[in-house]
Structure formats: structure tokens, C-alpha cells
Design a binder for this molecule. Structure first.
Ligand code: 7RM
Length: 682
């Protein structure tokens, strides 16, 4: 019998030392210096529990392999079949028009995205099904059915129309995580306006940049939202952002907190007044499949934000299909994706994916540690959440906070867990599996990007054997590969660049108003082959699993060996004293680059030279001498983007010059960087 989740093989082999053959201490003399070397191996395997597989949409690895082979032999037919499960007002004529780097999907077809997320469930008799189980941070609760959500969306769509907002107009949405955030997005989709959601934690400057780049005509915001017991003054930030703006004519303001705000006559309107008397019906007009749906600004962890453009038919097909298969959607599921709607995860797996499927889901407004780190588990217990999707950064914070929080709660409703945003360190995976999943729930480690629109690499929970730390296998229709400089696929366990070799429906259609950057960032490197460059380094193991080893910008080059950041960090996190780690390269006379590891401890006061030596040796034995950090720097916190990704670029700057000069606007907490700069001066 295959091993079940509870009875996994727990053998962990150490470094594959073979890569050290011919290792030279002279810089850049390694003949393999163009590929990324991968040193760690993870041998624990968790097969889908048979009771999970028995009711799953895909029930075995054999089925996955067969369906995958078919989908890859003819991706257009595969995606056309999936798209035909949606409601189209006019059928398409051509499935795919591919003129690199521009793809058009379901050309000639027309649909309304909001109709697919709302009307069709009501029409199917599911109007009374709960769409959103809302919990505000202060504890207020509200359940919104699909009928109500449709009526609310129509009313707000009518309010937008009444203020002159037309198809193609850009609307900035800057809202707390309340149901009205989804209503605003769906209302834009309903009337063909293009939304651009700006995360509520971003500053006035960020809103202003995005307003300017998108030339938005309207803003939808609130008088505030609750975060860590305080009101986030969203409207005040919008006011500041609008000081020098000339394009925005209307601002819609939801009353959420009773916070005092200034309303400018003629420009600012209360949401509740605007929808008063508005009709609960708003025709779902048909828009072209390639009509723009949204722009989402992303900087990843480097540089100036780019406006990633997504369109309608293909994007919805991708979000709908991946949600259905990867989260193994069941009618009675209670899904909870903890992402804010300000991120792509909130677009695809809070709004469009679940809603296109008619799912019931939890919306939580506030912070994970309000009033304490037990809040998420209280919500899982109270709402009987069955499928839970979060990020490694949150998991590491929970581990640091201590096991008593989940241990005090009934988490037995959970059947499936998900992870997204960064490589999940095997140590964090094991904790998630044991403490949250009760050793019973498969974990889908989902790899994707703002640009990809939907998950591209992930286990199918009823089919794929899991190894902690790998996003496993490509989704149907996704031709993912790891290639070398020439575009040739590399051998098993050899590192290289992750590319997607064929177009897929939910792919980005461009960087808003910057075609040159679009071509240069994603296409130029493999132009002749027509491959999409994801910007991540990765390897595939002997079973074909994809292991993301880090962003290509972050790759270390030690004595000519190119090493990803993820494995060294995971080795550090595997040490019982360590909560989180980030490694970066620092100029080194002999080795070219030395490795500096920034480490946060579970107990800060344990920092000392002896522990530092112990951690260096620990990496040495886990991976190999080459990966041993030259220096360990203990830190109270690591710099992260607001979506929780570690910003290694800033750490690199701190190592090289002691200070940070580059763009820090996406940084979550500048104090973290200030503290690190301080320590490096000491
Ligand atoms: C969804 C999202 C994209 C980048 C991507 C990777 C990293 C995301 C995983 C992951 C390893 C994962 N969009 N990333 N998911 N790395 N395993 N499961 O995060 O545009 O904000 O970021 O995030 O580097 O390129 S994003």
C-alpha cells in the first residue's frame, strides 16, 4: 500500500555532493557557472489519503498524467472545453491567436464576467447560497448570499454608470477587506470598466503613482478599515493622492468605521447615498473576450511598479478552472483564502475563481494577530472552514508565535490546505501539515505570479504525491520547463530558468502603456523560442517535480557556483532556533560572492556567537560546505513586501554599502530596514 499522509517516509538525505566535483576555489571557473546548482534533496513523500482521493476531481497520478499529456498535446482544445463551462453571450471563433508576444484567447467571443460570477448561480437556483461569510476585525459578522451580492453589484454598477463611468474607464479601488470590495470589482466588470485595486496598506504616494499611470477617472474607497484595533484612514490617503490629480472626477466612499472624513462637494459621494433608489437590475452587457478586466500594479520584490493587464475570457477561464481542480471544489466547501483583494491572489482566489464556481467563502477584514495569533484558527473553527489558503510568511509567523494557538481550536473541518507567495520551507510545510492539517489534509503548494493570472504549477490534491518544499507538477495545458541559456531543457536536478513554452488563457496581455518593458521583461530572453520567462530559478527532480530555488535576481554566485536562495534559507529554518532566514550575496575577494544570512530567531535573546557558529555548521551538514554562510546576522525582523515576500534586494544593499538607497515604497515596515542599517553601522 502506498504511504498515506500520516505514515510518510521520513528519510532525509543530505546534500547531493556530486555537484562539488571539480569544485574550484577560483572565482567563475566552474564550467557550469551559467546554470543554477541545487544542493538539497527532500525525500519525504506524502501520498494523497485514499479517502480524499476517492471523492477528488482527479483521483490518481495516472489520471493526472493521462489528462496532462492530452492537454499538452492540444492545449487549445483543453482550454476551449474548460471555457465552454462558462456562460458566453456570443461564442468565440478562434480559440487562440498567438503573435508573440501577444496572445488573444477566445477571439470573437463575448461574455460578461460578473454575470458568470453572479447571475448564473442565481439562475441555476443557488441564489440563497452564501457567497461571503464576512467577519470584521472588531468581530461584526454578515453573511451575503449570491442573490444579495448580485443585487448589491447591480446597484453599485448603476451608481457608477449614473456618474458617467463607461466601458474601458479605469477605476481605482482602495478598500478594506469587506464584501463591498468584491462588489466594487464586480460592478466594474459588469459595466466593462477596468478596475485597479490598490492594497489598503499602501500610501498616498502609491495611490497617486497608480492614478497617474492608469489615468483613472474614479476612485472607490471607504472612510476607513480596521487593522490591529485601529482605523486605517483610507479616505485621507485618497485625498492626499488626489491633491495634484486632474483625471479623477468621482470618489465613492463606503461608510465602514464612522471615522470622520472630509467630503469634497461634487467629487466625493457616499456609497450608501449613491445606491439609494438605484435599481437592483443592471443588464450584464456582453464584452469581447479580450476586453480589459483589470490592471494590477506589481513590483514583485524589485523596481518600479508595472501595471499588469488582464483581460476577460481567458483570465476567467484560468481562475475558474484552477480553483475547481486545485482546490478540489465541492459545493459544500467553506473556502478561505487569507489574501487581500489588493493582491493577485485576492483577485483570482477570493473574487473571480471561487465566485465563478459559486463557492462559499470567508472574508476577514483584519490582521492575523488581532487580538492574538489565535484569530485565524478561531475563524476556521467558527465557520467550519474546509479549504484554507495562506502564505509561508504567515505560517512562519504562526510557528514563531507558538503552538498553543492552533492547539486550542477545533480544526477538524479542514480537508485541504494551500500555500502561495514564496517557496514554503520544508520545516514550515511540516508544521502546517501537522499542527493545522492534523496530518490529514493534503497541502497544495501553488506556484504562480501576478503575470500568470492563475496557478500554473501545483499538486492536484487527490492525485499528486507531495514532497515538502516543491510546487510539484504543471497544471493541465501548462507547458512549464527548466531551461539553460540556449533554451534547452536541463537534466533532472540541474538548475535553470523556469519558462512556460506555450501561451495559456490567463496570461498577462501586457504592461499597461509599456509595451517595450513587457517584451523585454518576459519575452526577449527566449524570443526565438517564444518562451515566457518567469524570472524564477528552479530545478525538476527525478519525478518531474518543480522546485523553485528563488528569484533569478537573487541568485548567489559563490566561487562560480550559482546557488538559489531558497535551499540555504530552508536549511537555516530547519534549525530549531530559527524562525525565518534570508540569504544574500556580498562581494568577496576570493569567492566572488560570500553568503550573508539574515536570521530571525524564535527567541530573540538566544542570539550569540556560539549559535552563529552552530548555524553555519548546520548549513554545512545539511547542504554542503559551499553553502555555509560566511556571516550570520541576527535581526529582529526581515524586510518584506506588503504581501509578505522577503525583499533580498534591500538586504543586499545593506551588505554592500550599509544603507538602502533604492525604491522602498513597497516595503511593509521601514523600521525593519532602519534597524538593520543601524546594526550594520555598529
Ligand atoms: C501569487 C504571487 C510571484 C513570485 C513568483 C515566485 C514567488 C509564488 C510560489 C513562489 C515558490 C510558490 N504572485 N512564488 N508562489 N515561489 N513557490 N508556491 O505570489 O506576482 O506576487 O509573485 O512569487 O518567485 O515568481 S506575485
Amino acid at each position: 500500500m502506498e504511504s498515506s499522509i500520516g505514515m510518510a517516509t521520513r528519510i532525509r538525505t543530505l546534500a547531493a555532493l556530486a555537484v562539488f566535483k571539480g569544485f574550484s576555489t577560483l572565482p567563475n571557473r566552474n564550467p557550469m557557472s551559467d546554470t543554477i546548482e541545487s544542493l538539497s534533496t527532500e525525500n519525504r513523500v506524502f501520498s494523497p489519503p485514499s479517502n480524499f482521493a476517492a471523492t477528488a476531481r482527479v483521483q490518481s497520478l495516472e489520471d493526472y498524467k493521462k489528462l496532462y499529456a492530452e492537454s499538452i498535446a492540444d492545449p487549445e482544445s483543453y482550454w476551449a472545453e474548460r471555457a465552454s463551462e462558462l456562460t458566453w453571450q456570443k461564442p468565440w471563433e478562434t480559440v487562440l491567436e498567438w503573435k508573440k508576444p501577444d496572445a488573444k484567447w477566445f477571439v470573437g467571443g463575448q461574455l460578461n464576467v460578473s454575470e458568470n460570477c453572479l447571475d448564473r448561480h442565481v439562475a441555476a437556483g443557488n441564489g440563497d447560497k452564501v457567497a461571503i461569510l464576512f467577519e470584521g476585525e472588531p468581530g461584526d459578522k454578515r453573511a451575503v448570499t449570491y442573490s444579495q451580492l448580485l443585487a448589491d453589484t447591480c446597484k453599485f454598477a448603476n451608481a457608477l454608470k449614473a456618474r458617467g463611468i463607461k466601458p474601458g474607464d479605469r477605476v481605482i479601488i482602495y478598500m478594506p477587506m469587506v464584501p463591498e470590495a468584491a462588489v466594487a470589482m464586480l460592478a466594474c466588470a459588469r459595466i466593462g470598466a477596468v478596475h485597479s485595486v490598490v492594497f489598503g496598506g499602501f500610501s498616498a504616494q502609491s495611490i497617486s503613482d497608480r492614478l497617474e499611470d492608469s489615468e483613472a477617472v474614479a476612485v472607490v474607497t471607504a472612510d476607513g478599515g480596521w487593522r490591529r484595533g485601529k482605523v486605517v484612514e483610507l479616505k485621507a490617503s485618497v485625498d492626499e493622492a488626489l491633491e495634484e490629480n486632474t483625471t479623477v472626477k468621482n470618489v465613492f466612499v463606503l461608510k465602514r468605521t464612522e471615522n470622520e472624513v472630509t467630503m469634497r462637494n461634487g467629487r466625493d459621494h457616499w456609497w450608501h447615498e449613491e445606491i439609494e433608489g438605484a435599481s437592483e437590475e443592471c443588464p450584464a452587457l456582453a464584452f469581447d473576450s479580450e476586453h480589459p478586466l483589470f490592471i494590477l500594479y506589481t513590483s514583485g520584490s524589485t523596481g518600479k511598479p508595472k501595471g499588469i493587464l488582464h483581460t476577460s475570457g481567458g483570465y476567467l477561464t484560468g481562475a475558474y478552472t484552477t480553483y475547481r481542480y486545485i482546490f478540489d471544489y465541492k459545493d459544500n466547501d467553506v473556502f478561505w483564502c487569507t489574501a487581500d483583494v489588493g493582491w493577485i491572489t485576492g483577485h483570482s482566489y477570493v473574487v473571480y475563481g471561487p465566485m465563478a464556481n459559486g463557492a462559499t467563502q470567508v472574508f476577514y477584514e483584519g490582521a492575523p494577530n488581532q487580538p492574538d495569533f489565535g484569530r485565524f484558527w478561531q475563524i476556521v473553527e467558527d465557520y467550519k472552514v474546509s479549504v484554507f489558503y495562506t502564505a509561508p510568511t504567515a505560517i512562519r509567523a504562526f510557528i514563531k508565535a507558538g503552538d498553543s494557538f492552533p492547539e486550542g481550536r477545533d480544526l477538524s473541518s479542514l480537508r485541504l490546505l494551500g500555500s502561495v507567495g514564496e517557496p514554503i520551507n520544508p520545516e514550515a510545510w511540516m508544521w502546517y501539515h501537522t499542527k493545522i492539517g492534523g496530518e490529514r489534509c493534503p497541502i497544495v503548494d501553488t506556484w504562480w505570479q501576478t503575470e500568470t493570472g492563475a496557478i500554473l504549477i501545483s499538486p492536484l490534491p487527490g492525485a499528486t504525491p507531495l514532497k515538502p518544499g516543491t510546487a510539484t507538477l504543471p497544471f493541465f495545458g501548462i507547458d512549464a520547463a527548466i531551461v539553460d541559456e540556449t533554451g534547452k531543457e536541463v537534466a533532472a536536478n540541474e538548475g535553470g530558468k523556469l519558462v512556460i513554452r506555450k501561451p495559456w488563457p490567463s496570461m498577462l496581455r501586457g504592461i499597461y502603456r509599456d509595451e517595450a518593458r513587457f517584451k523585454e521583461t518576459y519575452w526577449d530572453e527566449y524570443w526565438d523560442q517564444g518562451f515566457y520567462l518567469a524570472g524564477d530559478g528552479a530545478r525538476r527532480d527525478e519525478d518531474g517535480n518543480f522546485w523553485i530555488v528563488g528569484r533569478l535576481d537573487d541568485v548567489l554566485n559563490v566561487s562560480g557556483h550559482r546557488l538559489g536562495t531558497a535551499e540555504v534559507e530552508s536549511a537555516l529554518v530547519a534549525h530549531p532556533a530559527v524562525a525565518e532566514a534570508a540569504v544574500v550575496g556580498k562581494p568577496h575577494e576570493i569567492k566572488g560572492q560570500g553568503i550573508v544570512a539574515f536570521v530571525t530567531l524564535k527567541t530573540e535573546s538566544n542570539a550569540c556567537d556560539a549559535l552563529s557558529a552552530e548555524l553555519r555548521n548546520h548549513v554545512g551538514t545539511q547542504i554542503g560546505a559551499i553553502a555555509k554562510p560566511d556571516e550570520i546576522r541576527f535581526a529582529a525582523g526581515l524586510p518584506k513586501t506588503r504581501s509578505g515576500k522577503i525583499m533580498r534586494r534591500l538586504l543586499k544593499e545593506i551588505c554592500a554599502s550599509g544603507t538602502v538607497s533604492g525604491d522602498t515604497t513597497t516595503l511593509e515596515d521601514f523600521n525593519v530596514v532602519a534597524a538593520l542599517q543601524q546594526t550594520s553601522e555598529d
